[in-house]
Design a protein around this ligand. Sequence first.
Ligand code: IVH
Length: 676
Amino acid sequence: MERTIDPNAGITIQKLRNEIERHNHSYYVLSAPTISDREFDALLAELQRLESVYPEYTDPYSPTQRVGSDLGGEFSQVEHPYPMLSLSNTYSEGEIREFYSRTERALEGESFEIVAELKYDGVSIALTYENGRFVRAVTRGDGLRGDDVTANVRTIRTIPLRLLGNGYPDNFEIRGEILFPWSEFDRINKEREVQEEPLFANPRNAASGTLKQLNPAVVASRRLDAYFYTILGEKEIGQTHYDNLEAARSWGFKIPNVIRKCRSLQDVFDYIAYWEVRRRELPVATDGIVLKVNALLQQRHLGFTAKSPRWAVAYKFPAEQALTQFHTVTFQVGRTGAITPVANLEPVFLAGTTVKRASLHNADIIHSLDLRFGDYVFVEKGGEIIPKIIGVDTSARSVIPGDKVGFISHCPECNTPLVRPEGESAHYCPNEAGCPPQIKGRIEHFASRKAMDIHIGPETIEALYNARFVHNVADLYDLTVPDLIRLDRFAEKSAYNLLESLHQSKSVPFERFLFALGIRYVGETVAKRLATAFHSIDRLAATSLEELTKTDEIGIRIAQSVHDYFAREDTRRLIERLRTQGLQLSLSEQQRALHTDRLKGCIIVISGTFVRYSRDEYKALIERHGGINSSALSGKTTYLLAGNNMGPAKREKALKLGIPLLSEEDFLKLVNNDTH
Ligand code: IVH
């Protein structure tokens, strides 16, 4: 490319970036646009042009760089420098009074303020900023470690990549909630409806599904938002929580402007009474109110219990209920054959979404509700995805009540008599080999990302099944391009892509293949245990029930299920076909050569940062030597593999529990892996 060298290009680029960032902040965070969209687009286009002419000024923090490349593979796990705790919940005025007087007592009569905030119903996130730049975003995970979702979070326009103003610490963490406004949630669901994709149940699920997307471009196309509510770091900012949030607001973060300082219990109750009603007018979902002691010194004095701070409490809004008419029941059959009764209802608007269906769980629950066709029922949306029916309005029942709702005796899909195993509340269709939703469900599971990662959707599986091309997972590997093209949905290119993806899946390691088989109770972790313990499908299939139960972490229920699975004739036939097709039915030579029993029976927690290998490599080393990597310290932990910068709380806990600490060097000696 020809270019006339402009000696001031660097400065022009920097100025443009600053200007664009200011407009971005006004538009997204303050909701007060300072220029028209057109003018904004023109500025951005000019910056993009200059950056392509002067690539030497490329900067990952430029406003042009929000959408990075595909993440490929999976998210890496990061340890939280401060654990992400939860809040203890209260549900009544009485419980809030208790919190208040507990605080009074603990502060021994000292006066205190409470900051009241809304509790946003999204996905919690921890962002790290270094020298005013956004460097990392980690999900809550198990509270101790979460997924690194930085690439996705940087696409969120309300999150500053570079901070405004000054006075921020060199290094700090800010926590908040990532969520979808109702309007965006509705837009995405409408789009999914058109594309016949499954709908998101609520904005929180949509936000969490979006954050887990491996392609940041998809995330960028959905307009996520973020509200922040806590700052953490070594360096003190202000003396109160309220002042800290004000400071964060001045650095460009979106801090809700509905937070209030309360000086009495009455102030708190007024705040609750107001928002319990007015929250329906907010653009985002909220599920309660959070009360926090304002002074940081007092917060420190009050401290934490094992799970939550003593200086804060959540008040949960009562679950919203609606009354609507119940019409019919549909019995759904899942991948494992479990039958779920689902009520079809007269559509009713409840807590932000239209509810048309509700789970009836199982036969016992239907019986205890004494449900009749045509009844009016109370539906409630709690924390869970599917609303539940909590009762029948018998006063609204007609004089001649409808028929009692019973349970079915035969599978609605294949007409096989259902069974209800001893001690279980669910009914199952036992026709594993011939029941269509079970067959399709197994194939879907086999193809899923964490299993064989074959790029094929449920509609395609359905089409292949209906066309009688695919009846079990081995049939997938016999598909040909001409077969696929005969189906309407395939062009030559997509047919080739599917075959390529099938081909790739043949090198998926043994433990994932084992998980992909969909043996009942064999999830990812159990599959890994079995793979390390038995090395090959043949050894696993030949193992007696007794021996299976002797394996670390494998109880009788899993052992029985694995044993039954391999005893079946159709399993044996399937495995033989998959073997011929070239799938990985055992650990690779390489994996096997590296395996030992040196850490057999050891449960090891990893903490801190390391010099010789990465955390993931240490995790792999533990598993390779027959040990178990666990994330939480407990009485069962054998060792704590301690790196640099380990949190003091963890060290203390290990000391208290008497768990020996291993340094990197100690650990490598233990597994005899201290060469190279
Ligand atoms: S403060 C120690 N403030 O609610 C926890 N949390 O159960 C401090 N949440 O995981 C959290 N709005 O994701 C706090 N204004 C708010 C909040 C809030 C929503 C979420 C957060 C946390 C959960 C607490």
